[in-house]
Design a protein around this ligand. Structure first.
Ligand SMILES: Cc1cc2nc3c(=O)[nH]c(=O)nc-3n(C[C@H](O)[C@H](O)[C@H](O)COP(=O)(O)OP(=O)(O)OC[C@H]3O[C@@H](n4cnc5c(N)ncnc54)[C@H](O)[C@@H]3O)c2cc1C
Length: 473
């Protein structure tokens, strides 16, 4: 995808940032600007006033102070997996702080935590924990950033047993609105720590996080695959099974329409499939019992077996590296017969959909229960999270994919619980819908306390309690 530069951008205010971060600040027209501003999701066009790539927390402080002095705002971004809602706002008064160089990973065995830099991707942390027989609560992709994922909640293959990744954060360090570096944990700045665990990138630029490790060396994991001709039967059985399954198992079910590309293995290439994947945290025998009802549907591929826990980071076969994606999502209260029909009509065989995936993630278990001592988002309400995505290689395929993803979300609207899961919300979404009513005012108050002048801009922006002397909604 080619990205053309709009030379009408006013770069004047950002000139004062030049020379910061050891020279790693890129303004429109600079040779490094295009590479620096391009997010993981290359279907999103970001055109900020500057991109700064700090080497350490003191670089971050310097950028925040300089941006504030220049009347610019600061948008923290690790990878740009969820850049859509940020770019939609327009970024010509914004400095993107790309945290990719803050990527240290240190295991602290005595404390049972991994300490990672604020731009670290999941895979290095998974590998570091696995070297000591431990696991961290990563998601389905090896190259999603730990910060964005965990600050937004984070549900992976251990989620129905161990809950959201946000609950596994034991400390967060961040540069707040006045440029100071602060630590937030259960005893230091506990209100801020509460807000960070689910409140996203609204409170500052996160420079480091500490994550709890869990003693998991292996899991019984894999995928079951059917031709989409069996979609109705599989969807019906899986959705009923999923709502009654024990906490030890976490799965996802996708209708996939795979392109005829040579990179895909035989059995997948160019086919429309139903793919159910997941992990069981129990013995082989118990896992066999849990999965028996699904195996009875005679999948043509069954890879479920005992595997090293660290291999789960690639179980879902998520695309790695820059990818153009358009998507939509919904949180579903339940999945009755009428929802199955609506799902299949919008995205199943014969629907003519352009979606690469129409996915349902199984919720419930520990994911559905408030976590004692957790943050603003310690659990998710609902039975299933729906995520629909298409590859947006051209403007035409992007438009068609958006339409088809929206069509599926609309078809499932009668079964929605009215909530959003902001990690899956890749278009502009009212962030209030992610939180229980009483928590919104608290979040806005904490934002006000750490970012009095509204320097920070998150992809899903929580306003300050008071803006221009007025209380916001
Ligand atoms: C292929 C793919 C697979 C996914 N799998 C899962 C999954 O299994 N489970 C799940 O729950 N979600 C999943 N997601 C969603 C993912 O959690 C969100 O896209 C998340 O926001 C990505 O975080 P990031 O830091 O990589 O992205 P970014 O776009 O860089 O960040 C998103 C937002 O997070 C905040 N942020 C990021 N870094 C920082 C920082 N250092 N300091 C402060 N704020 C920061 C900012 O507000 C930023 O706008 C997936 C997404 C994709 C595209």
């Amino acid at each position: 995808m080619t990205i053309s530069l709009d030379t009408s951008l006013d770069t004047g205010r950002a000139e004062s940032l030049r020379g910061l971060c050891g020279g790693n600040v890129h303004l429109p027209g600079d040779a490094g600007y295009d590479a620096a501003r391009t997010p993981w999701n290359v279907a999103v066009r970001q055109q900020p006033a500057a991109v700064a790539i700090p080497r350490d927390a003191s670089d971050v402080s310097a950028v925040v102070r300089a941006a504030a002095a220049a009347g610019l705002r600061v948008a923290p971004q690790s990878t740009g997996h969820n850049a859509g809602p940020l770019a939609a706002r327009g970024l010509d008064d914004v400095v993107i702080v790309r945290t990719s160089a803050l990527s240290d990973v240190r295991v602290d065995t005595a404390r049972g935590v991994v300490r990672v830099g604020g731009g670290t991707l999941w895979e290095p942390a998974v590998d570091a924990a696995a070297a000591g027989g431990q696991a961290v609560l990563h998601g389905s992709s090896p190259d999603v950033g730990i910060a964005g994922y965990s600050l937004g909640g984070g549900m992976g293959w251990y989620a129905r047993k161990l809950g959201l990744a946000a609950n596994s954060l034991t400390a967060v360090e961040l540069v707040i609105g006045d440029g100071t570096l602060v630590r937030a944990d259960a005893s230091t700045n506990p209100e801020l720590f509460w807000a960070l665990r689910g409140g996203g990138g609204n409170f500052g630029v996160v420079t480091a996080l500490e994550l709890r490790m869990f003693p998991i060396e292996t899991a019984y994991a894999g995928l079951l695959v059917w031709d989409q001709a069996h979609a109705e039967k599989v969807l019906r059985t899986w959705s009923q099974w999923a709502t009654g399954a024990p906490d030890e198992v976490t799965t996802s079910l996708r209708l996939m329409n795979l392109p005829p590309v040579p990179e895909l293995p035989d059995g997948f290439r160019g086919r429309s499939l139903v793919v159910m994947d997941g992990a069981v945290l129990d013995s082989d025998e118990r896992a066999g019992d849990i999965l028996a009802e699904l195996r009875a549907l005679s999948p043509e591929i069954d890879t479920f077996a005992r595997v090293p826990a660290k291999s789960l980071v690639r179980l879902h076969m998520d695309p790695e590296g820059s990818t153009p994606v358009v998507s939509d999502s919904a949180m579903l209260a339940g999945f009755p017969d009428a929802a199955i029909e609506a799902f299949l009509e919008a995205a199943g065989p014969g629907s003519g959909t352009s979606l690469l995936i129409a996915e349902l993630r199984q919720l419930g278990g520990a994911l559905g229960r408030p976590h004692r001592g957790g943050g603003v988002l310690s659990h998710l309400e609902g039975s299933f999270a729906m995520f629909a995505a298409a590859i947006a290689a051209t403007p035409e395929t992007a438009a068609q994919g958006r339409t088809d993803a929206r069509r599926l979300a609309r078809a499932l609207a009668p079964f929605s619980n009215g909530r959003s899961y902001l990690n899956f919300a890749e278009r502009e979404t009212d962030p209030r819908t992610a939180y229980a009513e009483d928590r919104w005012t608290q979040l806005k108050g904490i934002r006000c306390a750490v970012d009095e002048h509204g320097i920070f801009l998150a992809n899903h922006a929580i306003p300050r309690l008071y803006e221009n002397g007025r209380q916001t909604d």
